[in-house]
Each structure stands twice: as C-alpha cells, then as structure tokens.
Design a protein around this ligand. Structure first.
Ligand code: NOJ
Length: 523
C-alpha cells in the first residue's frame, strides 16, 4: 500500500514539476533601452533627442522632474551591466541603440566614432561572456531634428529610419544576429497621439495614431528588407518588431464581438499587415473605421489606405514575433453619459467602449500594472491562431514596484507569467525565449525613478550608481540555471507570496487534490 502511495505521489509531483519546465533550447534574457539607462546625454558628439528636449524643458511632467541625463550611467558603467547579465546566467541581453548617439544629425553623413565604439565594446564584451546581444534600433528616443520635421507622421521617416538601420547593420550585423526594429509601436502611435502625454507631447487623436501606425509599419518593413537582402545571406540573422498588445477580454460574454474587434484594434493593426497571409489592415478595423469616419463627416477613412505596393512591401517582413506583454483589461460598451477612460487608447474611443480592470485581478504596488498571467498565454494563443505557426520571442515582461526592497510581487509576477508561457509551449506554440524587463532599475519615462522594474536595484543617489541584486535576481538566476520556475531554497518570504496571491489558491487546491488521490489509492 505504502509503495502505491509513493508511486502515485512521485508521478504527480514529477508531473507538477514538469508542468513548468522549459525545453533545452529555450532562451532567457533581460532588457533595457538606451535613454533609460545610458546617461551620457551629451557625451562626445551625441545629438539631442526628443527626451532630452522634453526633460530639459518647461513641459517636463515626469513625476520626480528627473531626466535620463545620467540614468544608470551605463555609458560609463556598461561593464557592470555585462557582469550582472553574466551573474544571472542570461542567454541574451536586449538593449537599444540611441539613434542620436550613433548619428548625431540623424543621417549617415555624420557618424560619431565614440558612439560606434560604445556599442562595439558592449557587444564584444557580451559575446566574450557567451551572452547574445539583441539590439532594438528604436526605443522612443527620436532625434530632435527628425521631430522638427514631423517625426513619425511624416511619411519620409520610413526612409530616414531605414537608412539609420542600414548604418547599424553595417557596423554590428557581423556579430549581432537578433534585431528588433521598433519598440512598442502602439505606444509610439496610439498612446502618444491619443493622450499627448509622452514626447513629443503632441495630442492629435483623430489622424495622428493612424498616420504614425502606417509610417511605423513602412519604416519597419524597409529596415527588414535591407537586412533580408543585404545582410541575412551573409550573417544569417533575423529581424522583427516588438509589438505590445494588451490582452483584452469581454467584460461579459455578450461583449465577445466587441472584445475581438478591440484585439484587432490593438494587436491586429500592428500585426496583420506584417504577419497575415493577405497583408493590409485587419478587415474588421478597416470596415469599422470607414463607417465611423463617414458618420463623422470625413470624406475618407481616418485610417489611411495602403497601396498594393505598400501592402506587399510590409507583408511577410518578419523572422519571428517579438512580443512585449505586461497586462490585460476587460472591455464593455460605454454607458450613456459615461466618460471613456481612464484607458483611452487601444481603440476604446473609436469603439465607444470602456476598458476596465476586474477587481479579482491583483495589482502590484506601482501604477496600473495589473497581474493577469493567463493574459500572456491567451495573447500567444490568439496570435498563433491568427497568423499560424510563427516563432515567438517574449521581448519584455516585468513587474513595476514602488518599494525598493520588497520585491515579492516581482518574483510572483515573473513566476506566474513564465508558468503561462510554459503552458503555451506545451500547447504547441513555438516560444523560443523570454525577456525580463528590466535588468536593473532605470528611468521609467513619466514615472522617473519612482517606479522600479529592476532585477537589480540601482542607487540613484550614489554617483557610482551602485547596483545590487534583488531577491528576484536570485530567483531568475535559478530559473535560468534549472530551466524551471521552481523556487530555490535561498529565496526568502515565499510564504508571503503564496499567502496573498491567487496562485496560492491553485497550489493549495492542487495539494488537496493530491491528498485526495493518495487517500483513494490507499483505500
Ligand atoms: C515597455 C517599454 O518598452 C519600456 O521602455 C518600459 O520601461 C516598460 N514597458 C515598463 O513600462
């Protein structure tokens, strides 16, 4: 009898462990971006970008009025960043190039040698330590000169960006095999132009998001094609874009169609043109915008059309799907007299709908980061279902906190999202890797240094910007080492996590189930 109990127990325990393990080739990484960590805002020949202008100007609305002038000082302390990446055991490190550091005047006529050397050193050191460099070409920090010329709503930006990409490839593609063109295009276009709350602080929700959306896709496509034609045959690397859909569910079953349209508005507008067989805008969004624009008195749809050549230019410009995923929302129609908001992007205005957070979804201790781990799996399933058997790289996922030291939320967040990624893999979705945002605390845009995402804490009062590993760094290092989401024995406070998180319930019920099964066997 005892033997039977033991067998059942070990089978079930093994199953439980295997449930959250990762296949051997799965890669783990961490990410940062240039403006958020580098500092050295005017070092050497670096040109000014829109974040320099914004944070130095009178319209700086960053909560602590800070800037990225020094940030983590990675411009000088990059070796420490590589040490941290090595200490964690990262398979890859995702960072971005500052366009205006490489090209102070934004164009290839002037290349700053110190800028070139900075990224060369970083790449070489990473490779020396067996860490793959993953480069993002654009992470919100547009050269000011280009903004003065209209920025992302000027169609010429597609060529400006492609020329910059070509310079970057020519310098680094011999060693860098994984590239991302543009980070979070829906923040760049939808959030910025709908709210006007991010540099360049232009609020133009009528046409801005859509002109920008189209130009971003063209810029990405041109940069992808340059790599594909000129560099891929030699260096065998790959290029993608880092999309950032928020997973959307219906607030109640009768709003299923609305939720699906919202997903097409959020994820589809930046994915369908690239990943679908037919290319172009998602048909449901195109139709909705045509009808709505007509109703509003416009002679044409506010969603700009693509020519056949443009559709073909953009279609198929991917080697994998870069997915930044943080959070989820539910959607329902707006009630009469009700305000739309606080989330007024991802199509909610156009859909006359309200995006909300169910009370049962826990929030972390900072800002509006809502934990709904299943959202990442559902998002992957949706994209997999829509666009077929593509390879996914989770290019960002991470947890915001206000408090410096208690990062149990961060451990819970990473663990529970990773578990869902592992389940997605078991369902047959090809996810090849996962990236924590962020390697270390950094300049969190409008939240300045108040909001922290780091596996490593950075002391911003210390001129040396001392970096210290948090418990989550130890946890993540163990994940990488063991390729499972299990807790190492040296992580403290795990009780607290299981006491107050919804995972506690599922773990608890799992154990009860185990107990009942064993009891039945004994009987
Ligand atoms: C996504 C962005 O890419 C990154 O810059 C930002 O810091 C994180 N989200 C957290 O907000």
């Amino acid at each position: 009898m005892t033997f039977r109990v033991l067998v059942v127990f070990s089978v079930l325990c093994t199953a439980q462990c295997l449930a959250h393990s990762f296949p051997p080739g799965f890669k783990f990484g961490a990410a940062t971006s240039a403006y958020q960590i580098e500092g050295g805002w005017n070092a050497s020949g670096k040109g000014r970008n829109i974040w320099d202008t914004f944070t130095h100007g009178t319209s700086n609305i960053v909560v602590d009025k800070s800037s990225g002038d020094i940030a983590c000082d990675s411009y000088h302390l990059w070796q420490q960043d590589v040490n941290m990446a090595e200490e964690l055991g990262l398979d890859f490190y995702r960072f971005s190039i500052s366009w205006s550091r490489l090209l102070p005047k934004a164009f290839a006529n002037e290349i700053d040698e110190d800028g070139v050397a900075y990224y060369n050193n970083l790449i070489n050191e990473l490779l020396k330590r067996n860490i793959e460099p993953v480069i993002t070409l654009y992470h919100y920090d547009l050269p000011q000169i280009l903004q003065d010329l209209g920025g992302w709503v000027n169609p010429l930006i597609a060529d400006w960006f492609a020329n910059y990409a070509k310079v970057a490839y020519s310098l680094y593609a011999d060693r860098v095999k994984t590239w991302l063109t543009i980070n979070e295009p829906s923040i760049l276009c939808d959030y910025i132009f709908t709210t006007g709350m991010f540099p360049p602080m232009i609020k133009e929700p009528v046409l801005g998001p859509y002109l920008c959306n189209k130009n971003v896709l063209l810029a990405h496509a041109k940069a992808w094609r340059i790599y594909d034609e000129e560099y891929k045959p030699v260096f065998k690397g790959r290029v993608s874009i880092a999309n950032n859909p928020v997973w959307i569910e219906p607030a109640s079953p009768e709003h299923a169609n609305l939720a699906e349209l919202a997903r097409e508005f959020g994820a589809g507008r930046y994915s369908h043109p690239i990943y679908s067989k037919k290319g172009g805008w998602p048909p449901s969004v195109e139709k909705h915008m045509a009808i709505l624009s007509k109703k509003q008195g416009y002679s044409e749809s506010r969603l700009p059309s693509f020519s056949i050549e443009e559709i073909e230019l953009i279609r198929g410009t991917y080697d994998y799907y870069g997915l930044n995923h943080y959070t989820s929302r539910v959607i329902r129609p707006r009630r009469p007299g009700e305000e739309i908001g606080p989330w007024i992007f991802y199509g909610s205005t156009e859909l006359d709908a309200v995006l909300e957070t169910p009370k049962s979804w826990p929030t972390t201790d900072a800002d509006d980061v809502v934990m709904y781990p299943k959202g990442i799996r559902k998002q992957l399933e949706w994209l997999h279902h829509k666009y077929g058997n593509i390879t996914f790289l989770i290019t960002e996922n991470g947890c915001a906190s206000r408090s410096d030291d208690n990062d149990q939320d961060r451990i819970a967040f990473i663990k529970s999202y990773l578990e869902q990624v592992s389940l997605a893999i078991k369902e047959g979705i090809h996810v090849e890797g996962y990236t924590v945002w962020s390697l270390m605390d950094n300049f969190e845009w409008l939240f300045g240094y108040k909001t922290k995402y780091g596996l490593y804490k950075v002391d911003f009062n210390d001129p040396q910007r001392r970096r210290t590993p948090r418990a989550s760094a130890h946890y993540y290092a163990n994940v990488i080492k063991t390729r499972t989401t299990d807790f190492p024995t040296n992580i403290r406070h795990k009780k607290k996590y299981y006491n107050n998180r919804s995972n506690a319930k599922s773990l608890h019920s799992h154990n009860i189930l185990l107990f009942i099964l064993c009891w039945l066997c004994v009987k």
